[in-house]
Write a protein that binds this ligand. Structure first.
Ligand code: FAD
Length: 467
């Protein structure tokens, strides 16, 4: 009965997409998920709920500060956090039910329970009531994702010292939220509560926020968020986090080695995520991990056991939902005998602050370190008619091209709707466009995307039109 071509362990954007593509390609597919809802971190406690709260809090921010500029006069708005969280839960509920629907539609058999290896071809499902079932499978895809990581000396109590999971369901708006880690998740959730009225202090070990992105983006985002009232303590190493009743004290060392203390009522620990393989009994199948606890794979995402593959946050690479999904499709298509390919350089990264930050390709720092001769074009959003019409004047678009060939090597943007605009840059780079190609394409007026054309024009060495 329980004989499958493919068994997928984990139903996040890696696992569920892999299962759908396997089934579409005619493979008899099972998926195992330990939680009652499908969709993994992304749909339940990640991408979707965080964006729901970012949107709600942005509406609030606009009502409070920006409506007046547009000639809309309303009484002082108040934030109903409970309603916002309830709306977020409804969005999550609809989205996760949508995955269940897709499983049924594609005839993927869903097993609820913890999946663990019995051998390289057998997976045991342990259900909530303790009962077990064995699935025999020709191929197995590990898509068990990741969990928030912490620092060794911090105890997450899930009440006052929290991770992103708890930050998505707080019962009150913090008076002072201390965010440890100036990466994507910390800045997004910090933005939510800043807009709702919290004081927000971000403590970051590195000398800049969003440290893996282009330095110019990091600088501009820091400037804009400071303007919005967020505080930053950079080059500051947290040493201890202590809770005392309803308050929390963060002790750190600044770059001079001097002790600094920040006190708040909540501390969000957002120092990254770690691959999750607990309970899988990988040793029974003989699957190897790398030095960072990730499932080790080759370029085909195949583990050292030839019929077992791994995808998404549990393997090396960017911890992004769309990266996990691309990998799910890649593995499914390989199993069906196709020869797919992923260009990892063209996986975009986005930060959903306002303004949004988005990037694809290489940063100026990376290209310089690689010794590539480059030329850089910039265009400020402020110079666009569209930006002035909406009042979103912060940010810029930066395009880096090869000095000799003019091929676009990186596009880095901060500004309104950058998260959606980055798709144009991905398309251009996928087709190996030159800066001049982009500069010669017609962009609708007035749009924020006109800044892409203008930045490309600047990169070619010609003068942008609206500068
Ligand atoms: C707050 C937050 C915001 C984010 N925002 C974004 C964003 O805007 N865009 C973006 O691209 N990424 C975002 N991410 C990252 C994104 O959520 C992850 O990259 C993505 O979910 C990884 O997908 P995955 O399929 O590899 O794993 P996951 O989504 O983590 O799914 C793994 C699943 O496997 C299940 N599982 C684990 N072990 C077992 C087992 N033994 N048996 C059965 N089931 C098991 C888990 O319960 C889970 O459901 C965000 C993350 C967080 C925390």
């Amino acid at each position: 009965m329980n004989q499958f071509d493919v068994t997928v362990i984990g139903s996040g954007p890696g696992g569920y997409v892999a299962a759908i593509r396997c089934a579409q390609l005619g493979l008899k597919t099972a998926i195992i998920e330990k939680y009652p809802t499908m969709g993994g971190t992304c749909l339940n406690v990640g991408c979707i709920p965080s964006k729901a709260l970012l949107d709600s809090s942005e509406h609030f921010e606009n009502a409070k500060h920006n409506f007046q500029n547009h000639g809309i006069l309303i009484n002082e708005p108040t934030a109903d956090l409970a309603r916002m969280i309830a709306r977020k839960d409804e969005v999550v509920d609809q989205t996760t039910k949508g995955i269940q629907f897709l499983m049924d539609k594609n005839k993927v058999t869903v097993f609820e329970g913890v999946g663990s290896f019995e051998s390289s071809t057998q997976v045991k499902v342990t259900k909530n009531d303790g009962s077990t079932e064995i699935l025999d499978s020709k191929y197995i895809i590990i898509a068990t994702g990741s969990k928030p990581s912490s620092l060794p000396f911090i105890t997450i109590d899930k009440e006052r010292i929290i991770t992103s999971t708890e930050a998505l369901k707080l019962k009150e708006i913090p008076k002072h939220l201390v965010v440890i880690g100036g990466g994507v998740i910390g800045l997004e959730l910090g933005s939510v509560y800043k807009r709702l009225g919290s004081e927000v202090t971000v403590v970051e070990f590195m000398d800049k926020i969003i440290p893996t992105m282009d330095g110019a983006l990091s600088k501009e985002l820091n400037k804009v968020l400071r303007k919005q009232g967020m505080k930053f303590m950079l080059s500051t190493a947290v040493q201890a986090v202590e809770r005392n009743g309803d308050s929390v004290k963060v002790t750190a060392k600044d770059k001079k080695g001097e002790e600094v203390v920040v006190e708040g009522d909540y501390v969000l620990v957002s120092v990254g995520r770690k691959p999750y393989t607990d309970g899988l009994s990988l040793e029974k199948a003989g699957v190897d991990l790398d030095e960072r606890g990730r499932v080790k794979t080759n370029e085909h995402l195949q583990t050292n056991v030839s019929n077992i593959y791994a995808i998404g946050d549990v393997v090396a690479g960017a911890m992004l939902a769309h990266k996990a999904s691309e990998e799910g499709v890649l593995v499914a298509e390989q199993l069906a005998g196709q020869k797919p390919h992923i260009n990892y350089n063209l996986i975009p990264g986005v930060v959903y602050t306002w303004p949004e930050v988005a990037a694809v390709g290489k940063t100026e720092e990376q290209l310089k370190a690689e010794g590539v001769a480059i030329k850089v074009g910039n265009f400020p959003m402020r110079a666009l008619g569209r930006s002035r019409a909406s009042g979103d004047v912060d940010g810029f678009i930066k395009i880096i091209a090869d000095e000799k060939t003019d091929e676009v090597l990186g596009v880095h943007m901060i500004g309104a709707r950058a998260a959606d605009m980055i798709a144009a840059a991905v398309t251009a780079m996928e087709y190996r466009a030159s800066a001049e190609d982009i500069a010669r394409m017609s962009h609708a007026h007035p749009t924020f995307a006109e800044a892409i054309k203008e930045a490309a024009l600047d990169a070619t060495g010609k003068i942008a039109i609206h500068m």
